[in-house]
Each structure stands twice: as structure tokens, then as C-alpha cells.
Design a protein around this ligand. Sequence first.
Ligand code: DCP
Ligand code: CA
Length: 401
Amino acid sequence: MHIDLDAFFVSVEQALNPELRGKPVVVGGRPDRRGVVASASYEARKFGLHAGMPLSTAIRLCPQAIFIEGSFPKYREASQKFMAILANFSPFLEPVSLDEAYLDVTGFESIHSSIHQMAVKIKQRIKDELGLCASAGIASSKVVAKVAAELSKPDGLLEVASGKERSFLAPLPVAKLPGVGKKTEQILKGLGINTIGELSVMPLSALKSHFGASGELLQRYASGIDDRKVEPPSPAKSISRETTFGKDTRDRSLLKATLRYLGERVGAELREQGKQVRCITLKLRYADFTTITRRHTLSQTTDTDQIIFDTGAMLLKKALSQERQPMRLIGIGVSNLVEGGRQLDMLDASARRLEQLNKAIDRIRNKYGFSAIQTGRTLLLKDIFPETEGGYKLQTPSLSR
Ligand code: DCP
Ligand code: CA
């Protein structure tokens, strides 16, 4: 079973504020600011609005839409409750994103009379407890279940009987097949392949010459063949935070303050997971959308805000010396996560003090909110971004946690 919440961010807002229900609503930000639609209500979609569309286009197409900035903590909380409901039905749960999961329900017929009935109950509980609509697809494989859920939206439920996978997929446009992005779709169209059925009978050699090894996988999916198991989530391999500026900037103190803030968000998450890292990556996008990443590997693992920031700032300084364009986006990430718990007595006194300082800051923030304690450098952001208990509200809130 594949389950995906309908118009997720918007629906959470509508559940909390009844005045928004039944109206064209967009989460993504104010339409006079830069940014894109993160989620559009189905009423707004009638006007052609969709995720990823610039807000300026959205307001032109649908001037009566209600635009909301959105706030990530609300969506995270709803997501956790959603996953908890699913886990209650089957322990074989694979979350794919905040609002989407696969559930292995093999053998659960006897408990719920049928898998169809099980999906009805799951949808009902999500509606009763969260006020949200979910769409569910039931099939013998992940790829077919996902397509079925997508096709059934909104508030849908679609079961594809065993043996009918191929005939179910065949008439659908290729873009509906997971793994077929815009580029692949264009190439396939150029080859005269419009439906999933046509893709499933295309000569394999032709597919391979255009798409390499993934051509074979594409054809298997197109035929409804997919052996992937429902896997429990694996621990995160990396943590990163990024944000787009309201206006392109070359202001070094703003760049560093934002980097410091994002680095603190990364550090807090890292310590919460009890992990340490050696690899730190800076991401920059310039005004012309050129995007670069710069990576540095430390000689020792760390989980402190200071070292994450110092490393990021060093990479930033180098990048700034090589490029004069203003900056559109900045982000910082850590990778190669390892279990923490180093022997404290192996460290020198200053490193130990840093670790204790970070622990103390985490305690205060866990109790009083992220904004309760700040470093001097990030205070500069006070005049630029609105503050909430959860921290600064950056541009593109949905993507910058
Ligand atoms: N999201 C985002 N930016 C995007 C796409 C999605 O911030 N370009 C966020 C907002 C969405 C959430 O992720 O609410 C889930 O993404 P979906 O693609 O599942 O979209 P929705 O849930 O909004 O709509 P649908 O009913 O089509 O699933
Ligand atoms: Ca969704």
C-alpha cells in the first residue's frame, strides 16, 4: 500500500483554520516576495497552480488565492502523527517523505476482512485524528501502488488486482511512471513513446542506448515489475540546511550570519542524533543560478557548532575570493555521520569546553525554544527575518526548516 496525504502543507493549515477550507490556498510565501508554491489546495489547482510555480505567476493566475508563509514545525508534527497511525496498522512501514509512505500489508486481510477495508480504516483515522485527507494505492508492487495512489487523488483509494498491473499502467502517459522526469519524458516523446504501454514494449537495446542501465529498470517498471521490498528507514547519511535570500546579496556579514544560523541548526540535529562528522560541505547558488558545492574533511570528527561554522566560513571565504556575483542561496551540510561518544579525556581542554557549551545551549533551546539563546553573529538576522519560538523564519520556509 502506498499512502500520500493530499495537498499536505495546505491541508495542515486548513485543518488548523476552518476559514481556509474549500478555498484556493497556497503555502509558499507572500506573493510580493520571491519564492515558489510549495503546496496548492485542489481549489487552487483548478486555476493551474502547482508546486514549484513562482508565486508571482500564481497570483496572476488566481488573484483571489490566499497565500500563507507556512511553518515547518507544524508540518513535522502532523507528519509524525501520520506515520504513528500507519505504524499502528503495520510495523512494516517505509516513510518516503513527510507525507508519503509504503506499508507492507501482506497477510493483513484476515485482520481487516480485506486490504481494501484496511485502507478505508487508515484513511478514516487520518481524517478523524488529523483532519487530513489521504490517498491510497494498493497493488502487488511499490511502483504500481504509487501510481494507483497518485491517480486516485484527492481523497482516493484504488486497488490494482494481481495480474492486472500491466494493463492498468499501459494507457497512462509516461510522465505518470515514477522515475520518468521532465528530461526522460522529452526524450521518450521524441522517440514517439507517449504511454507507459508503449514504453513497456520498446526494444530494450534502444532504451539502453538512450538511458544506459536505468533504461532496463524503466522498462521493468513500465511492465509493472518491481521487486523492491518495503524497507524500514535507514539512518540519515547526511544533514543539511539551506535558504534562499529575499534579495541576492554580497553582504559578507549577512552571508556569515546566515551560515552560522544554518550551521547551528545542523549542529543541533547532529547532537540530537548523537552523531559526529568529519565532512562539511558549503553550498552556494549565485544570481545566475550557477550552483557550487565546496567540501572540507576534518582531521577529527566533531559535533560542535563552532567547528561546523569555522569550516563553512573558511570555504565561503575561498569561494568569495573567486566569484564576484551576488549570492542567491546559501547552505551547509555534514556527511559521513558516525556514532558519537568519543572519550572526553582524549580531547584537549578547549575542545571539551566547546562540547559542554554546545550541550548547555541544546538544553536551553530544548526547553525554551531555538531563539531563546543566540550567538552574537546571528543577532544581525533579527532585523531581517521574523522570529518564532522555533527559530528565525527564513525565506522559502517549507524548504529551510
Ligand atoms: N513540497 C515543497 N516543494 C515542492 C513540492 C512539495 O515544499 N516543490 C512540500 C509541500 C507539499 C509536501 O512537500 O505539501 C508534499 O509534497 P507532494 O508532492 O506530496 O504535494 P502535496 O501533498 O502538496 O499535494 P498532492 O495532493 O499532489 O500530494
Ligand atoms: Ca502529498
